[in-house]
Design a protein around this ligand. Structure first.
Ligand code: ATP
Ligand code: PRP
Ligand code: MG
Length: 409
């Protein structure tokens, strides 16, 4: 089946964050620095229209940003994938953020999160999450960036609140056979220049991405191309003679390899992972939506930031804290988030309390753990304890200020 080639897309991405340290289980009540942020939102919210949204009923379809529905509901709706590999990962991520989705049984499509009493969870297929964000039937959702690009089609109502939830990593890529006429073709440019593709006999691409695929080809000046659609096992299409190339998601690359296909230079359409997405209209018009997204964002950021780090504690002999700090600071991997915390260790010797050791506490990226331990030892560290970090809260998350500025608040 041939399809037409539409064009236009802009996604809204926000960069990543930095931090300062705060831990513990009661951390999600509005104490410490988050309290300041919450006051900030309230003030902003007062300036916004806070009355219940009264959307007109309408059909649900791709890219229909002017198609809105739902009359006066008070609950915030969060869409989560109902099936596929993202479903369990989304629930696990929320659980790691102390947001426990209570689903009575797996076939029930609505659920609650006791920690967010004004929020309902609705389980939907990823593409329907995007469609329903656009139609106003959902306010927030967790889906892959590939689905946002394909079904959001650059609609300005979709806002990417957090673009890197750390699961569902894959990329959308063009792949061709590694045999026959393609044996020596290794780039998109070479593919485009092959004499085989003409108006009568275009390059046939099988894909589930019938919006992004044609758009990518058009942007790359490839004229003689047609697309066919399929829902799965696309990698079989070239060997079956149905297509010359495929445009599909790639993660480990195993499926391509096992089907004698290869990626080519310049053939990546987009990088994807799970993202938290919101409807601009919901955030600006629905009462409580902005506060809810702020809380979810803070929890996500705190968890994801901590996920890549260990807390490392070591004892070090020294004359005073400054002298120990000087020694520690000579090592590149021992600075922690803002600098090491160094505190005296009080020992009792001959009935007298004295300070001979100092405890150093730092956060260390997981990847740099062993290097850090070696560096600690090199400056006299002993008894090194390593434990996982659960949360790291920023004073304010950069993504939050970006979201506010994106919303014009
Ligand atoms: N191989 C993969 N590795 C990692 N993430 C992937 C992979 N394939 C897809 N994804 C991501 O996970 C999302 C859901 O894909 P998945 O295949 O689990 O669901 P689906 O395609 O909706 O279900 P199904 O394939 O059963 O129809 C995709 O939109 C993409 O963001
Ligand atoms: O690079 P890899 O790690 O091999 O993963 C890539 C495969 O994963 C996805 O398929 P999925 O497993 O979702 O099956 P589907 O085709 O039925 O959707 C995708 O469509 C590729 O076929
Ligand atoms: Mg799939």
């Amino acid at each position: 089946m041939s399809i037409s080639i539409p064009l236009n897309t802009t996604l809204h991405f926000s960069p990543s964050s930095s931090t300062s340290l705060v831990p513990s289980s009661s951390l999600f009540s509005p104490i410490h620095s988050t309290a300041v942020a919450v006051c900030g939102i309230r003030q902003r919210c007062l300036r916004m229209v806070t009355s219940c949204v009264s959307y007109a009923q309408s059909s649900v379809q791709n890219g229909a940003s002017d198609a809105v529905s739902v009359v006066g509901r008070n609950q915030i709706r969060l869409g989560l994938p109902s099936k596929g590999r993202m479903a369990a990962d989304s629930l696990d991520l929320l659980k790691d953020c102390q947001l426990f989705v209570k689903q009575v049984n797996p076939r029930q499509y609505v659920a609650q999160i006791p920690q967010l009493p004004n929020t309902e969870v609705w389980f939907q297929r990823p593409k329907d999450i995007v469609r329903k964000l656009l139609s106003g039937d959902l306010d927030l959702g967790i889906v892959g960036l590939d689905i946002v690009g394909e079904f959001g089609q650059g609609d300005e109502d979709l806002i990417i609140v957090h673009e890197a939830l750390n699961f569902g990593d894959c990329h959308l890529s063009l792949a061709i056979p590694n045999y026959g006429i393609f044996e020596n073709i290794n780039s998109l440019k070479e593919l485009a220049q092959m004499p085989q593709w003409t108006e009568e006999r275009p390059l046939r691409v099988a894909t589930g991405f019938t919006y992004l695929g044609p758009k990518f080809m058009k942007e790359n000046g490839i004229k003689h191309v047609t697309f066919s659609t399929a829902d799965g096992a696309l990698e079989a299409a070239p060997a079956m003679g149905i297509a010359d190339a495929i445009l599909d998601l790639v993660s480990s690359g195993t499926t391509l390899k096992e089907n004698n296909l290869k990626e080519i230079e310049g053939g990546i359409v987009l990088e994807s992972q799970a993202a938290l997405v919101a409807s601009r209209r919901a955030l600006t018009e629905r009462k409580g939506a902005l506060e809810t997204v702020h809380e979810i964002l803070e929890r996500l950021e705190a968890h994801l930031k901590a996920d890549g780090q260990f807390t490392v504690v070591a004892n070090m002999r020294g004359t005073d804290a400054e002298e120990v700090a000087e020694r520690v600071k000579t090592q590149p991997s021992l600075s922690g988030l803002q600098g090491p915390t160094i505190s005296p260790v009080y020992c009792k010797r001959d009935g007298k309390v004295s300070i001979e050791y100092y405890a150093i506490v730092i956060c260390v990226p997981k990847k740099a753990l062993y290097e850090s331990v070696k560096q600690l030892r090199a400056v006299g560290g002993s008894g090194v304890l390593v434990s996982p970090l659960t949360y790291i809260f920023d004073e304010e998350t950069p993504r939050w200020s970006q979201l506010l500025s994106n919303l014009g608040l």
